[in-house]
Ligand binder design. Structure first.
Ligand code: ATP
Length: 319
């Protein structure tokens, strides 16, 4: 393979730049020309494709977001629209494409693979909701961002004897909420994968107050309900001074953590290795600290699962 391209797609995540850097440098190291597709699949169809040299990815490893930019491009589901993108790649002689993104981006990559472009996926999303890998790029950074905020909120919660509800990202996956609840020592966590009664939460807070507890932190994944709705529900069962913090997009930003930079670098280099071996239709991942590859169809065949043991542990430690 003489020429490959790389794009970032879906929601941005810290570490995407480190992954693109690794793809570019690894390819150039092996005398392969590399192209960057700007604005995800949108840029593929509008031909926003530029060659990247080793300097193009200099000073990028530490930057959040994605310098290649990302875009949602629903038209890409249409085979005629995709064909335009494929022609743009073929005109430049590009045979392989690395796609950094989430589940939706992988579906686009799978289609391209069926239509003649060799594709490899790299899991880039803060949600950690992709099958075939223990971790996605950006999860660790987002988790650390949340923990920092939880620690700060705890200071004020304790000073004013308040109950704080912190709404974090996670529409369908509770990983960020669960990990931040365990790491931040939250009293309760609400995640989409497990139902919990608000009355049960109120009872727990009440018992805490009776034991002399000064504050409570509740972490709620946005997919369960909003922080405001959670506060309203709670009011039906208990009379406590409650405040809500919605963390929002700050969770997606920031310089990637060391873990995310290393993960992204390993994924990027491995994706190029796979293309060099003419492998295609695969997503890279990490399981038990070993790099893995999984067919796109196997990734889509089941729902991402939450770690039930960790959920139990979080509840046990927050008594
Ligand atoms: P995140 O986890 O951050 O949401 P994602 O990759 O799942 O990331 P999506 O918006 O679902 O984000 O998908 C990104 C892009 O992938 C879409 O805008 C679209 O261009 C393409 N895509 C999604 N689903 C398909 C599909 N079934 N066929 C072709 N392309 C698709």
């Amino acid at each position: 393979m003489k020429k490959i391209a790389v794009l970032t797609s879906g929601g941005d995540s810290p570490g995407m730049n480190a992954a693109v850097r690794a793809v570019v440098r690894k390819a150039i190291y092996h005398d392969i020309e590399v192209y960057g597709v700007y604005q995800g699949y949108q840029g593929l169809i509008t031909n926003n494709i530029k060659q990247l040299d080793r300097g193009a990815v200099g000073d990028k490893i530490q930057r959040g977001g994605t310098f290649l930019q990302s875009a949602r491009c629903p038209e890409f589901k249409d085979p005629k629209v995709r064909q335009q993108g494929i022609e743009n790649l073929k005109k430049l002689g590009i045979e392989g494409l690395v796609v950094v993104g989430g589940d939706g981006s992988y579906r686009g990559a799978q289609r391209l693979n069926e239509e003649g472009i060799k594709t490899i996926g790299i899991p880039g999303t803060i949600d950690n909701d992709i099958n075939g890998t223990d971790f996605t790029i950006g999860f660790d950074t987002a988790l650390n961002t949340i923990i920092e905020v939880v620690d700060k909120i705890r200071d004020t919660a304790s000073s004013h004897e308040r109950t704080f509800i912190i709404e974090v990202m996670g529409r369908d996956a509770g990983d960020l909420a669960l990990w931040s609840a365990l790491a931040g020592g939250a009293e309760t966590v609400l995640i989409p994968e497990f139902k919990k009664d608000v009355q049960e939460i109120a009872d727990k807070i009440q018992q805490g107050i009776e034991r002399g507890k000064k504050h409570s932190i509740i972490i709620v994944a946005e997919g369960v309900m909003s922080g405001e709705d959670c506060a309203e529900e709670l009011k039906k069962y208990i009379n406590v001074d409650t405040r809500v913090s919605v963390l929002g997009h700050m969770q997606r930003g920031g310089s990637p953590s060391g873990i995310d930079r290393v993960l992204a670098s390993r994924f990027g280099a491995y994706a190029v290795d796979l293309l060099m071996n003419d492998e295609t239709g695969l997503a890279v991942g990490i399981q038990n600290n070993k790099l893995t590859k999984t067919k796109f169809e196997d990734i889509f065949s089941s729902q991402h699962k939450i770690d039930e043991e960790m959920y139990r542990l979080t509840n046990e430690l927050s008594i």
